[in-house]
Design a protein around this ligand. Structure first.
Ligand SMILES: Cc1ncc(C[n+]2csc(CCOP(=O)(O)OP(=O)(O)O)c2C)c(N)n1
Ligand SMILES: [Mg+2]
Length: 606
């Protein structure tokens, strides 16, 4: 056997550089790295040696670098991924939240935290936590519940089994998710005679599993028996590349489509069969269709509580759930009739089996009625005496966007309002991280999206709270010359949680700066962003916002636009109950009233 003598770190990066996707392109597009003693000498040296083939990228924070990696792979429908490496200890733990985010959203990222010495020579090394009762524990064990595959590289030859498993996990459509390879510091630097064949180019194809015959027949039968089905389209439709198939399926059989947060933009907003956002942050028309449906046909959805209105939305007493999902865990959820298969293949085969069968599509008037209400709240205000609303900001951004502009967000007011109100024309023009809804995903995520699709405009909608939580990859975007546009809606605190607090009977407390023990400060976001090199301005009205957005669109540099908004108004129409547990006893009358409403609402759930 021909061998080549490499350090384990050199072997790892050489292997990674030779893994290709089904299009023959390098699967790992780059390695985000912040070095410390746990990875600088071993992995750092290896990355330097391969820098022309496998780029190393330097960010500001391990978590937000991982956010960029996650947004990148999501926008590319998991066809490419990135790795993120950190030192041991704090650098590693900074990535745990991002690993969880990738885990929830079923997105591949390769985490390579450094780990303590396998030979234990210097024990305890700087940043080693020391478990009194377990000599095998390090901080990296925190990655176990948030990794789809976890391994600790304690000998150089461990890579021979660990790396193919890592690749298998990341490129498996059903198991897809984060992989953690905790890499002991001494092992990174150790040499070993690796088989040369280990470094041959290898192509990883995303499998498209066919349905099981028995499951398929049951699915066809339940579809044929339905009177008014609805398709709940989730992120799996994007991942499977099934948007066209879904549209053809809906058109041929006249079935309305409603979209989850991850599924939004699978169909153009103005397609007559697209009834828009479903669930807690849903449009009135999608929720009417969903309430009446006798068959809820989920395609590539996890059925999370925002989609199902905490399982109180699908009210038809005769309703059944049919779930087409590549992951059997999802297709069997909530007692669904499972159809475990790739979304595209599943839809194609179902369509063939249904033949010419058509259903009664819902009355288009309910959609027209919804948009009349939606347009009223997103139109520019007639007078400019009061603070603009976030809905009016959405309208301004919409009017300044092109069909292929990507609007993105993760937490705060915007995800709900964008889900309802944003008119997404082209697939993946809407990028919402709403599996984890992680504040701090926004700026780094915007960077990752733009790296994935440099030809599309990327608009990052970010609240003041989320911006304050994590913003420093703005400097990275500027430094890399990756142009994104941020719209910061400054409502001086956590507007959406303040409203949720009020909605559950709570006193306004600890959310808006006005109601905290912190002296309300006016943060100069434009100055802050400008200090990182962005072109930044604060606008005073929706009209000014529109001109600033027009300028940003033509500009080649990262731009930040700040606007003060009113923290209280929300869309009156649309929406649905969401289960947020209200205290059973409280001295506050408002809480008692909210509890009574809550108990009544819970009776709707099944
Ligand atoms: C990391 C993290 N911490 C806490 C939360 C809970 N949370 C959701 S939205 C939100 C407030 C967001 O404030 P901001 O970004 O200003 O948006 P606004 O609602 O004010 O528009 C909080 C605290 C979260 N989603 N993520
Ligand atoms: Mg805010």
């Amino acid at each position: 056997m021909k061998t080549i003598r490499l350090t384990a770190a050199q072997a790892m990066v050489r292997y990674l550089a030779n893994q290709m996707n089904e299009h023959g392109e390098p699967y790992i597009a780059g390695v985000w790295a912040i070095f410390g003693h746990g990875n600088v000498a071993g992995i750092g040296e290896a990355l330097y040696g391969i820098r022309d083939e496998l780029p190393t990228l330097r960010g500001q924070n391990e978590q937000s670098m991982a956010h960029a990696a996650i947004a990148y792979t999501k926008q590319l429908r998991r066809r490419h991924a990135m790795a993120v490496t950190s030192s041991i200890g704090p650098g590693a733990l900074n990535m745990v939240t991002a690993a969880a985010l990738a885990h929830v959203n079923r997105l591949p990222v390769l985490f390579i935290p450094g780990d303590v010495f396998a030979n234990r020579g210097p024990d305890p090394v700087l940043q080693q936590i020391e478990d009194f009762g377990d000599g095998t524990v390090s901080v990296n064990d925190c990655f176990r519940p948030v990794s789809r595959y976890f391994d600790r590289i304690m000998r150089p030859e461990h890579l021979l089994t660990a790396l193919p498993r890592a690749m298998r996990t990341m490129t498996d459509p059903a198991d897809c998710g984060p992989v953690t390879l905790a890499f002991c510091q001494d092992v990174q630097a150790e040499a070993y005679d690796y088989p040369e064949s280990f470094f041959e180019r290898r192509v990883w194809r995303m499998r498209r599993p066919e349905p099981d015959r028995g499951e398929f027949e049951a699915a066809v039968a339940v579809l044929k028996a339905a009177k008014n089905p609805v398709i709940v389209a989730g992120g799996g439709v994007h991942f499977s590349g099934a948007t066209e198939t879904l549209r053809a399926f809906a058109e041929k059989h006249r079935i309305p489509v409603v979209e989850t947060q991850a599924g939004k933009s699978v169909m153009a907003w103005d397609h007559p069969l697209n009834f828009g956002a479903v669930g807690v942050t849903g449009t009135e028309c999608a929720n009417i269709v969903s309430e009446k449906a006798d068959l809820v046909f989920g395609v590539g959805t996890r059925f999370q509580d925002f989609t199902t209105g905490s399982w109180a939305l699908f009210k038809n007493p005769a309703r059944k759930i049919l779930a087409l999902n590549v992951q059997a865990y999802d297709s069997a959820k909530h007692d669904a009739i499972p159809l475990t298969a790739d979304a595209r293949i599943g839809l194609e085969q179902l369509s063939a089996a249904l033949g010419d069968k058509t259903f009664q599509a819902p009355d288009p008037a309910i959609k027209i009625g919804w948009f009349a209400k939606a347009d009223a709240v997103t139109n520019a205000p007639k007078d400019s005496n009061s603070l603009p609303t976030d809905m009016q900001v959405i309208g301004a951004v919409q009017r300044s966007s092109r069909d292929n502009t990507v609007v993105m967000c993760a937490a705060g007011t915007m995800p709900g309002e964008l889900h309802q109100l944003w008119k997404a024309k082209l697939p993946l023009s809407y990028h919402m991280e709403y599996g984890f809804s992680c504040m701090g995903y926004e700026v780094a995520g915007g960077l990752g999206i733009k790296m994935a699709e440099p030809d599309r405009d990327v608009i990052v909608m970010v609240g003041d709270g989320s911006y304050m939580m994590m913003n420093s990859e703005l400097a990275t975007a500027v430094a890399m010359g990756v142009k994104i546009t941020l719209v910061i809606t400054d409502n001086r605190g956590y507007g959406c949680i303040n409203r949720l607090q009020m909605g559950t009977g709570g006193a306004e407390f600890n959310n808006l700066y006005a109601h905290t023990n912190v002296n309300p400060i006016a943060i100069d976001f434009a100055a802050h962003a400008a200090s990182m090199g962005a072109v930044a301005s604060k606008v005073a009205s929706i009209a000014e916002l529109e001109s600033a957005l027009a300028a940003a669109r033509e500009s080649t540099v990262t731009t930040v636009i700040v606007i003060d908004t009113d923290p209280y108004p929300t869309p009156e129409a649309g929406g649905h109950f969401w289960d947020v547990a209200v205290p059973e006893v409280s001295p506050r009358a408002e809480v008692n009233q909210a509890r009574a409403r809550y108990e009544a609402a819970l009776k709707e759930r099944y």
